[in-house]
Structures are given as structure tokens and as C-alpha cells.
Design a binder for this molecule. Sequence first.
Ligand code: PLP
Length: 240
Amino acid sequence: MTREEELVQNYKEITEKVNQECQKVGRSARSVSIMCVSKTYPLSDIQTLQTHGIRCFGENRAQETIEKFPERPDDLELHFIGHIQRNKVKKILPRCSWLDSIDSQRLLNEVLKQQANTDSVQPVNLLFEVNTSGETQKSGIESIEGLYDILDLIDRTPDYQRLVNPRGLMTIGPLTDDESRIRRCFRHLRTIFEEIKGQNRYPHFDTLSMGMSSDFPIAIQEGSTMIRIGTHIFGKRNYA
Ligand SMILES: *Cc1c(COP(=O)(O)O)cnc(C)c1O
């Protein structure tokens, strides 16, 4: 099998599993999008999938993203999903149309500052990463109050719509075989997501990013609208 055949088959298998899970819980398959997490894999894999009409990709390391994408990729929705250091924001922003891991006011401030300094700026889509598992080695906002503090900072920024587009929430499920624990975390994030959505604060707050290769069926059952799949599409990684 060629690499192309392998990638396309893996992607197809995921879409079929997504369809099945959606059917089980009475959701439309179109309500869940699949992000291909291409970290550690070469640009050629991304381009191969792109020729099959697949457009949504995620990277988690700043240096790798900068090297893989010398400039903003054409016709591709690139998400930055890893922990973001403030001194990398300036280089990540021109390449990625989504930052999925906003987890502090200081980071958000840096994003707003860099965007304000950019000529003919495009608003960058933002997800706020919440630490739902309580695992201390994970990044993410630790409390609901912390999340609202970040949203308040956006609301206080004059004309923020020109710079950022708040799109939703993201979480990484706990690293465990205990399905009920994973489910509790996803359900918790969904509740927060619905609460903010219900406030009609932001016109495009429509994305709940949860679920990876190992736990996406649970995430879909719990309302995820975007799953992040690496291993099941590209194969096992040696690191990260
Ligand atoms: C690597 C990564 C994924 C994908 O993980 P897989 O288990 O390989 O599907 C998803 N989300 C984040 C934030 C990641 O860093």
C-alpha cells in the first residue's frame, strides 16, 4: 500500500466511525468535524490529504509549525493546538487561522497586541482550553472564574471583533482507561460551553473541541463538534 492509500484509508475509517457514533446518539454526522493532527509528520502527508479535499489540520509545536509552514498555507485551516508560549505568538499568528489553546489573560493580551500591530489583519479564531481533568501536568484554564476573566478581557477590548473571533472551548481528556472519568470531563466542558453560548456573547461561538484517537467516541456522545485525530490517521508517533 502506498502512503497515499494508507492515509486515505485511515481517514475514511475515522469518518465511518464518526458516522456510526453520531447515528447511535441521533446526531448528524455533519455536526462533527475531523481535525488531522499532523505533528511529527511531514508536510507531504498534509499535501496528500489535501489533494483528497481534506482541509483541517492541527500542529502542537511552535518550532515545527514555523519550519513546516514558511507562510500561511493556501486553502487549509491550520489550528495551533499545543501550549503557546507568549514569545512564539508573533510567529504562530501569520501561519495559523485558529489558536485552540488560549489559557491565560497574559497569552490573550499578547495575541491582541500582535494582531493590533498587523496591517490588514484577519481576526484569528480562538478556542479557550480548559483543564477539565485536574491533571496538573496539563495546561489549560483551571477554573470557570479563570475562563470568565479571559472572556471579560475580550469584552473590554474596544473593537475586538477586528482582531479575534471567539469560537469555543477545547479540552484534553484525562489519560486513563476509566471511561466514566473521561465522560465526566467532556460533559463538564459541554455544560460550560452551553452556558456561554446561551449568553449570546459572541456571534460565532460554535466549536467544542474534544476527543482524540483514544476517546473520540465518548466525546461525540457528549456533544463534541470537533475531534482531533493524530495516531489513527498518520500512525504512531515516537514522541509528543
Ligand atoms: C497530539 C494531540 C492530539 C492527537 O492525539 P492522537 O491521540 O494521536 O489522536 C490531539 N490534541 C492535542 C492537543 C494533541 O497534542
